[in-house]
Ligand binder design. Sequence first.
Ligand SMILES: *[C@@H]1O[C@H](CO)[C@@H](O)[C@H](O)[C@H]1NC(C)=O
Ligand SMILES: *[C@@H]1O[C@H](CO)[C@@H](O)[C@H](O)[C@H]1NC(C)=O
Length: 422
Amino acid sequence: MLRFVRNYPWIALFLLSLLTVGCGDAICTSRRCLAEMLINKGLTSQPQSEYCSHEIRVPFIEYQTLSVDTKNLRLISRLEAQLEWVDPELKWDRSVYNYDAVVLPVGKVWTPLIIVTNGITSTMKHSSDDLLVLSNGTLKHSVVINTQVNCEVNLFNYPFAYDSCPVAIESWSKDSCGSKLSFETVYSADGQQGDWKTESANLYHKTDDRYYIEVNLSIKYTNPFITLLMPSILIILADMVSFALPLGGGERNCFKVTLVLSFTVFLNILNDILPGDTACSPVIRIHFCICLVLLVLSMLVSLVLTRLANDGSIISCSRSKGTVPDNTGNRDKRENEEAEADISVVQISGPEEDERMLKRVVNFLEAFDSEKMKSNKNFRFADKIDKIFFGIYSICGTIYFIAMTVVMVKYTCEVNHFEFWY
Ligand SMILES: *[C@@H]1O[C@H](CO)[C@@H](O)[C@H](O)[C@H]1NC(C)=O
Ligand SMILES: *[C@@H]1O[C@H](CO)[C@@H](O)[C@H](O)[C@H]1NC(C)=O
């Protein structure tokens, strides 16, 4: 080797210089080296330009309603946003590193923060651990935002309710510094969540930097209609038809009490589903209240008329109280007594005694007849009132139901959803 160096010094020198160039000063141009080079720059602060704010493009947002909490008026949703921004210092020279793009770990470069302004909770997660950097300094990334928005949904028309809830999206900024979002399209995915349906999600803005996604929601009315509205109609209908039961007997009153009790079950269901008082309280609550009043009223009228039919008087006083048992149980007893008296007296009585007895019997029968006629009169009177009440009840009930349905479907109640932007 030494002899070689001694003999060909120029060649050795040339080889040596080749070695030094290859190992030391030569730039490693692999994609990995490019990534390391960019990471080593340590650019974890926001790209700064002469304007304090930096523009973040949001070319695409996928909006999805996860659920709507009717009881607490919460809208729980998920947003997946694609982000693009430019960091001029992450450019590279294509003549050195001949690559269009390189993958960098998220934590090694600055990433913008997206928040939901009116969210009670809003958590942003990176949808991947890496992001893409293009050779001209453009960064491409996507984030997932889970949020719970307090939205006072207008439930006035429940179960035909529909409303729009804003989901306001912004990035951090302070006094014209920070990030400025510029949105392009919003796509709404998968519109059915329990009883609610997401009709649409569109992007609007109030001022230049106040962007929001307007989510239009509507209730799928089949379920609440079947569990709440229809039973209320059917129970009132059953109550109307129960006027066909005989007035005097107890069955009708028992039936009406049963109806009132079964109605309270639906009242409970209603309370479980719907929230407390809000600006636009559901009108179905008032409807249930009116239905209950109607049922109780009809029950009370029926009770009073039963009394009227039996006694001829509504107010219970001693006179009418006395006649009731006379009509029924005591009458038999007295007849028996009379008969016994007849039997016991018959053997010893003379003709004048006979006549006295006959008179007593005739008197008794006459009194009994007049009593019967009176009670018949009472019954007819009560029956008449009953028929009149039934007529009024059915007409008013039908008109009420039509009016309530029209109000429920047509009336619109306005709620201001933008109170968070004061
Ligand atoms: C960077 O390159 C991409 C793809 O070639 C292009 O879409 C984008 O507009 C470029 N950005 C700038 C700031 O030139
Ligand atoms: C969403 O609802 C609002 C009012 O509730 C309405 O003005 C708007 O037109 C609806 N948007 C769509 C796309 O239907």
